[in-house]
Design a protein around this ligand. Structure first.
Ligand code: TMP
Ligand code: ASP
Length: 251
């Protein structure tokens, strides 16, 4: 069945060898996990929705000059991407207190933060992705000071753009997680956005009702996960590309 060499399998995606050197194919699975994979489910259609939503977001970011690994979508579940050397950090940007930020500092979920806050987590499932500081990042050589500065600047730009983009369709961008990778050009490495941007990696609330339209519906057993992801796609105007998802019969 798999016609290509598998390079890496994560919890929600698989990377295959691409058609040309320097490219990979990113395959979106229907698997959902939470709490470091202690909780697992298969949500039919999730991979298709995230593939399309991530394509849309990455394309829009590219159009404003935020370079990223996305090249083109190949089919319902796969996209062609540039191969990068993933920096082992999860970069989280928050506008409103929720999730671990609410727990750590005792802030009520939904309280606006005084300003956008960026956090770094070390990407290591065995350790449960611990929160780290720039001191850890430079001391352990996960990224250089310059790379940290680049990630901070780009993340704020992504936050500003996506807050406006989602805001325009009645969705509040509460927080999100992104990952970066190095694109090597000879001896020089440029840090670009990688991975995915989807309701799996963002908190998205309906701007009027604060209804959750993201993976917290799965984490918190609220149900209606696929319906919510579909609603995000619908508001972004991209559901027309995926008629079969609405009917629930995804190939
Ligand atoms: P947190 O409040 O649980 O730390 O999550 C912050 C944001 O990061 C939220 O939008 C969900 C996203 N996230 C991931 O994409 N992957 C993860 O493993 C975790 C813990 C959070
Ligand atoms: N993706 C993470 C996991 O599987 C956690 C999360 O998104 O909440 O464990």
């Amino acid at each position: 069945m798999n016609r290509r060499k598998k390079i890496y399998e994560g919890k929600a995606k698989i990377l295959y060898e691409g058609p040309e050197p320097g490219t990979l194919i990113q395959y979106f699975k229907d698997d959902a996990t939470a709490f470091n994979a202690q909780k697992k489910a298969v949500l039919e259609g999730k991979g298709v929705l995230n593939n399309r939503i991530s394509e849309f977001v990455m394309t829009r970011l590219n159009s404003i000059g935020v370079q990223n690994h996305f090249i083109k979508r190949l089919n319902l579940r796969e996209q062609l991407i540039r191969e990068v050397e993933i920096i082992p950090l999860e970069v989280v940007c928050r506008n409103i207190a929720a999730g671990s930020m609410s727990e750590r500092f005792g802030l009520p979920e939904g309280q606006a933060l005084p300003r956008s806050i960026i956090e770094f987590y070390f990407k290591d499932d065995k350790l449960g992705d611990p929160l780290v500081t720039e001191e850890h990042i430079t001391a352990f050589n996960w990224a250089s000071t310059q790379e940290i500065d680049d990630m901070l600047a780009t993340t704020l730009r992504v936050n500003d753009y996506l807050s406006g983009m989602f805001g325009a369709v009645g969705i509040t961008l509460v927080d999100f997680k992104i990952e970066y990778g190095r694109l090597w050009e000879g001896d020089f490495a440029r840090v670009i956005l990688a991975d995915e941007i989807s309701p799996d990696s963002c908190r998205l609330w309906d701007a009027t009702t604060n209804e959750k339209l993201d993976k917290d519906r799965f984490r918190r057993d609220m149900g209606g996960v696929i319906e919510s992801y579909t609603e995000v796609a619908r508001r972004l105007g991209i559901m027309k590309d995926m008629p079969r998802v609405i009917e629930g019969g995804v190939a």
